[in-house]
Design a protein around this ligand. Structure first.
Ligand code: SAH
Length: 364
């Protein structure tokens, strides 16, 4: 059982586990469904009005409903995208982004506070890993955003702060909880998980045969360039990563998605586009029939600390055209919330910087 400061973390449980926990406390069986229903609608013990005050007090002694608080909310005037800065029980901060697409509302969720992976272009990893999120904290982002917007979220992308496969057990627990018909009931086919390429964990995930979409942060097609921007490539190189993608496809039958961030002067020339097409084809066609893929091109979001600049629109267009001409299915990602700094990690960073500045003022 997951506990927080010695109390049971109810939102990290499924309905059966909650029932067993309540039974051990001597609470009537039918209460589990009531309590579960409140929690997934974002209501804590105080708001559970069909429970007696004494029962609520008794529960609060041994358990918590671990929901985040909304510390800041930025709404895009351009497309209605909402960016949340959520506060966790221990004061840590994470971000989620609510996006409206034709196919339904999508929430981009964080999986860790900070990130240990060290990708050079990324704001989330600048301060390293602080801690991994609990299943309740992964789920809580969706519950809180649904409650705040009053709208249902039908799709999830695990592309916020952190590396989901570095928080493997809690991520799997979350994937099971979120698709549970007793809970939020968001089907696996509506969930994408993005990873920088932890090959051992991709293999573990493949064995579960979940129907989620695996999204691989590739960003370079040769090991020298990839290792220079993504330290993980020194442990698992491009060829071993593509082999793992093949095994994932063989196990699940799911198309694999690749993300390629275009950084001006680093990986965005026509020669790099050809190199990417060649590397993908080499990886895809090795041994057996090719597996279906899609490449998402993302002009890099500029993060002051990294010094990387986004590619010019003509370079992006050209890159995409070369891939298409080579027979690789590629699109340029539409950017939502560009007026609210909606990309990952930047709001948390600026908020931490503001806190530090405030501390400095006090010290002075
Ligand atoms: N750790 C996971 C998921 C989080 S990042 C992963 O690496 O996939 C989600 C995506 O945003 C990844 O593809 C990541 O490489 C990309 N990303 C990070 N910083 C970025 C930036 N400054 N500009 C564009 N994409 C970025």
């Amino acid at each position: 059982m997951i506990t927080i400061d010695g109390r049971a973390d109810l939102l990290s449980m499924n309905l059966t586990e909650l029932g067993e926990f309540l039974a051990a406390l001597g609470v009537e069986k039918y209460r589990a469904k009531q309590i579960y229903g409140w929690m997934v609608r974002g209501v804590g013990f105080d708001g559970m009005t069909n429970l007696s005050k004494s029962l609520r007090e008794r529960l609060a002694e041994s358990a918590v409903v671990n929901l985040p608080t909304i510390e800041r909310r930025l709404v895009s005037k351009l497309d209605g995208t909402v960016k949340y800065l959520f506060g966790l029980y221990d004061g840590n901060l994470i971000e989620s982004v609510f996006m409206r697409y034709k196919h339904g509302n999508t929430l981009c969720v964080s999986s860790e506070v900070g990130c240990p992976m060290g990708c050079r272009f990324c704001a989330s990893t600048l301060g390293g890993l602080v801690r991994r999120l609990l299943p309740s904290e992964l789920l809580g982002q969706i519950i809180a955003a649904e409650r705040d917007t009053g709208e249902r979220i039908s799709n999830i992308v695990m592309m916020g702060i952190g590396e989901p496969l570095d928080n493997y057990d809690n991520t799997i627990k979350f994937l099971r909880l979120v698709s549970d018909p007793d809970g939020l009931d968001i089907g696996s086919r509506h969930i994408s998980l993005s990873t920088c390429g932890l090959v051992d964990k991709i293999d573990e995930l493949a064995k579960l045969e979940l129907q989620i979409t695996l999204s691989i942060s590739l960003h370079a097609a040769d090991d020298e360039t990839r290792s220079s921007i993504m330290p993980i490539n020194k442990k698992w190189n491009i060829s071993s990563l593509l082999d793992a993608c093949r095994r994932y496809f063989d196990a699940t039958g799911r198309r694999i998605s690749f993300e390629y961030t275009l950084i001006s002067g680093k990986n965005d020339s026509p020669a790099y586009a050809k190199r990417l097409a060649a590397a993908l084809k080499r990886g895809l066609y090795r041994n057996s029939r090719p597996f279906p893929i899609h490449v998402n091109l993302i002009p890099v979001n500029e993060v002051a600390e990294t010094g990387y600049r986004r590619s010019a629109p003509e370079a992006v267009k050209r890159f995409c055209e070369i891939l298409s001409a080579e027979g690789i299915n590629a699109t340029v990602r539409r950017k939502l919330g560009s007026d609210i700094n909606a990309s990952c990690g930047q709001l948390r960073r600026s908020s931490l910087a503001a806190e530090n500045a405030a501390d400095d003022t006090v010290d002075d």
